[in-house]
Design a protein. Structure first.
Length: 129
């Protein structure tokens, strides 16, 4: 029994370490991108992106990698103020309630949004492995 608890503890520590490693990488990518001319708005979404990634991972059973990835990719629609009818059928609407806080929304198709999408997609691929 003690050996089982020790193995479980080691697994939890490993998962937490990996999770925070990915969070750190996402923060670095978004910080770097937000320093590029015309992309400063991304800095305003950095904290929300990290929280969304953390929520995606911790609110889903680890064996459901497709669901975790679908939840994380849904953030790309959240930042353009689209919260339902998302293209991924696994997770096709945001889980939050009505947003009452004013936000600086991005516009789909703009250079900033496209850069953000590329960076987040790369981070998503890394988190899938």
């Amino acid at each position: 029994m003690l050996l089982l608890l020790l193995l479980l503890f080691k697994y939890v520590v490993l998962v937490i370490t990996i999770l925070f490693s990915f969070i750190s990488e996402i923060q670095k990518l978004l910080t770097k991108l937000s320093k590029e001319k015309g992309c400063e708005v991304i800095g305003r979404w950095k904290k929300a992106c990290v929280r969304h990634f953390y929520w995606s991972v911790t609110s889903t059973t680890p064996k459901l990698g497709d669901v975790i990835l679908a939840k994380f990719k849904a953030f790309l629609y959240h930042i353009i103020n689209q919260h339902k009818d998302l293209p991924n059928q696994i997770f096709n609407k945001c889980a939050h309630g009505i947003i009452t806080t004013p936000r600086l929304w991005m516009t789909k198709g703009t250079c900033i949004y496209c850069l953000f999408q590329v960076r987040q997609h790369l981070a998503s691929l890394c988190s899938d492995h």
